[in-house]
Design a protein around this ligand. Structure first.
Ligand code: ISE
Length: 342
């Protein structure tokens, strides 16, 4: 008899609550059984919305709980290392929201701990890989029909973010998505990053550099540009254009209903990522549940999380200095055998 994967969710803010609702209503083969949040009242309230969901005080206690088979981490990046290491220690599959951790050193500790455990357990929440449009673009580029990919141009705009969202978070929490997209679409590591900022919008707190423009140099000689603008005031706009030898391809142009009325025409722009990427999140979590039930990992791995952390760490230096910064990764095979050191 096939039994449902019993899932616990750590962190029930915006994204964790969204995933909890997804697990209950849209994911096959899984059952939400527990939630945990430092704000215990918030966790209690969420648990009370669904049948059979316990609110557990303490993230590590949730991981250790015998009635939890697998863990979805949607807490802030600062506490990911401890929580992911606990999952590895207890042999539990984990889907960890990005960023994997806050810097390359701590992400590498996670990669090595997983390697020493002897089996893959970690999927990192780079959901763009599961978005049908991004997946089609990847297929197209990999097919070779457009020739070699030369350039990627990304746009990543949020309508607005809280005042606490500082310049560093634009790199670590927002740009990190395009770091993964570029590594994945090119199938190569990023070797150098530059992050420039124009005179900022007047609509942000003093000292916040928004928007930012990042340039990645790829190992095979390709280049990528990314504009991140988290207070664009427009809506959630995420686009990617690939320029190849025999043509170019763009995704993210918007697929909503096109309306003509009252002398105007057009569609709508989603307010935030939960709407724009709802299908991607469903496919991501469904893939994780299926793979975890089979004892496998699909999608972005801990190495992908580590490489992204290393690029963002270099990106922070690039933002501070205005200069290109080399990204240095440890030897991959050494890391995956659990013994890499920087
Ligand atoms: C947020 O954490 C996300 O992951 C969103 O996808 C991104 O657009 C936003 O800028 C981040 O703050």
């Amino acid at each position: 008899m096939v039994t449902d994967l019993r899932v616990g969710v750590i962190g029930v803010g915006v994204m964790g609550a969204d995933h909890a609702e997804r697990l209950v209503n849209r994911i096959a083969g899984a059952r939400l059984v527990a939630v945990s949040d430092p704000d215990t009242a918030r966790a209690d309230r969420l648990a009370a919305q669904f049948d059979g969901v316990r609110s557990i005080a303490g993230a590590v206690a949730l991981v250790a709980d015998a009635a939890v088979d697998a863990v979805l981490i949607a807490s802030p990046g600062l506490v990911h290392e401890e929580q992911v290491l606990a999952c590895i220690e207890h042999g539990k599959h984990v889907l960890c929201e990005k960023p994997l951790t806050m810097d390359a050193e701590s992400s590498l500790r996670v990669v090595e701990a997983e390697a020493r455990a002897g089996r893959p357990l970690i999927q990192v929440g780079f959901m763009r890989r599961f978005d049908p449009e991004y997946a089609q673009l990847k297929q197209l580029l990999d097919s070779g029909s457009l020739g070699r990919t030369l350039l990627l141009h990304n746009v990543h705009r949020n309508k607005s973010v809280p005042e606490s969202f500082r310049s560093e978070m634009i790199v670590r929490d927002s740009l990190v998505h395009e770091v993964d997209v570029c590594r994945w679409l090119f199938g190569e590591e990023i070797t150098e990053i530059t992050v420039l900022a124009p005179a900022p919008t007047g609509l942000v707190a003093e000292g916040v550099l928004d928007p930012q423009l990042a340039i990645f140099r790829m190992a095979g000689g390709g280049l990528a540009t990314t504009e991140v603008f988290v207070n664009s005031r427009v809506g959630y706009e995420v686009r990617c254009e690939a320029v190849a030898e025999q043509g170019n391809a763009t995704i993210g142009l918007g697929e909503s209903v096109f309306v003509r009325s009252g002398g105007r025409y057009g569609g709508t722009i989603p307010d935030d990522f939960r709407l724009r990427f709802s299908r991607a999140y469903d496919l991501e979590v469904q893939a994780w549940v299926g793979a975890s039930s089979r004892g496998e990992v699909v999608g972005p791995t801990s190495w992908d999380g580590y490489a992204a952390s290393a690029v963002c760490e270099a990106g922070l230096e690039a933002l501070a200095t205005g200069r290109p910064v080399t990204v240095s990764l440890v030897d991959r095979s050494a890391a995956l055998s659990g013994v890499a050191r920087r």
